[in-house]
Design a protein around this ligand. Structure first.
Ligand SMILES: [Zn+2]
Length: 387
């Protein structure tokens, strides 16, 4: 395993990665081993970080000792999954290399605190090619992990036989639930590239009230989850603020708030998955504008763009299209789309952005503001493709 330049091809075929994330149900004894590994990973990360900082101050060089060096004076590290400690070593090296290569983009690695609410460790899978079972594997209705051994899991999906397991990430979330994410690698089947035609191409415009509006004049179902959950969440937070921190009731309510947060996040992911799948299967090409969502959510008073999960939706849509040999076309955010009439190309700078409809002063077309923009996005995408 090398870091920095991840292998992306086998015999000229592009490699793909896919993760299966499942809930796991450790026994109290297994949970204790996991806790020890979480603690050991945090401990060793912080030790490596300190040592690297001292070494760098003296020599200007990157050097991080291997986990073995720390086991001598911290014997409890031996109770943790040793592969997880190797992974910490690789992660911290990568974090430093990233930081040194582009300090504007990457943060300097920082210390991990015990109170960080999400605990996680990664353990690499060793393959013995039939001579012995792989070190991480699915067995019946469970997963075998180093040290932890067989742990019960809710496997809603199984890997295909030609996939190879790379590593497992064990997580405990703020609500105290355990998950295991298995990362698989496989050579891509090259799909036949589809040449999009105007009638098989869709334009999508991000919309605060509808999530998106498309060039066919359809709007997505407004994501109601946030609207429904938000008042509930606000009320719970208000009640929490009146309670004594640390009291029994306080802790109970805090746990309910975390569960609600988790629920909202899951619904958002689920929506992005299903909606992107539906579109990716129905169309040969989809054009989307590359709006800066972080910037937009600051500008906007109502509706949190980030919360509605449009970024995630675009990401899902892109890979679902490209895996089928279809096109995801990013239209530059500077492309004029909202004030231009899609029929005649007239630019109406006097158009009021608050109105749902406007009439083209040139050709007289009555235009739905968002649908017109979606059509312009589609046309710009198609033009980009044939350029
Ligand atoms: Zn017009």
């Amino acid at each position: 395993m090398s870091f920095g330049n991840k292998k992306t091809e086998i015999e000229g075929r592009e490699l793909r990665y896919t993760a299966i994330k499942v809930r796991i149900y450790p026994t109290p004894e297994q949970a204790e081993i996991m806790e020890k590994t979480f603690d050991a990973c945090r401990y060793i990360w912080n030790r490596m970080l300190t040592d690297q900082q001292e070494f760098y101050a003296a020599t200007d060089k990157l050097f991080i000792p291997t986990p073995a060096r720390y086991k001598k004076d911290a014997p409890f590290l031996k109770e943790a999954d040793s592969q997880a400690l190797v992974a910490v070593h690789q992660n911290i090296q990568k974090a430093f290399l990233d930081f040194f290569s582009d300090p504007k983009r990457y943060h300097h690695p920082s210390f991990k605190k015990k109170k960080d609410r999400i605990c996680t460790y990664r353990t690499y899978c060793h393959h013995y090619h039939g001579k012995a079972p792989d070190s991480v594997r699915i067995e019946g209705n469970g997963i075998v992990l180093p040290k932890v051994k067989w742990v019960r899991a809710k496997l809603h999906r199984r890997p295909l036989h030609w996939w190879t397991l790379q590593y497992a990430t064990v997580m405990k979330n703020a609500a105290g639930k355990y998950y295991c994410s298995l990362l698989y690698q496989y050579p891509a089947k090259q799909p036949e590239a589809k040449r999009p035609a105007p009638e098989t191409t869709l334009g999508l415009k991000y919309s605060v009230s509808h999530f998106y509006v498309d060039s066919e004049g359809r709007a997505a179902d407004p994501p109601r989850w946030m609207a429904e959950a938000q008042p509930k969440l606000d009320a719970m937070r208000q009640r929490l603020s009146r309670m004594v921190p640390g009291s029994n009731n306080y802790n109970k309510l805090l746990q309910r708030i975390r569960l609600l947060h988790e629920h909202i996040a899951n619904q958002r992911l689920d929506y992005a998955h299903k909606e992107s799948r539906r579109i990716a299967n129905a169309w040969d090409a989809v054009c989307v504008r590359t709006d800066n969502l972080a910037e937009m959510s600051q500008r906007m008073k109502y509706g949190n763009v980030m919360d509605s999960g449009f970024g995630r939706f675009k990401y899902d849509l892109e890979y679902k299209l490209t895996r089928q040999g279809k096109q995801y076309i990013s239209v530059d955010k500077a492309t004029p789309t909202s004030q231009t009439c899609h029929r005649c190309g007239c630019v109406n700078t006097a158009m009021n952005r608050r109105n749902k409809r406007w009439t083209c002063p040139d050709c007289g077309a009555v235009l739905d503001r968002e649908v017109n923009a979606a059509i312009n996005i589609k046309n710009a995408g198609l033009a980009q493709l044939s350029a």
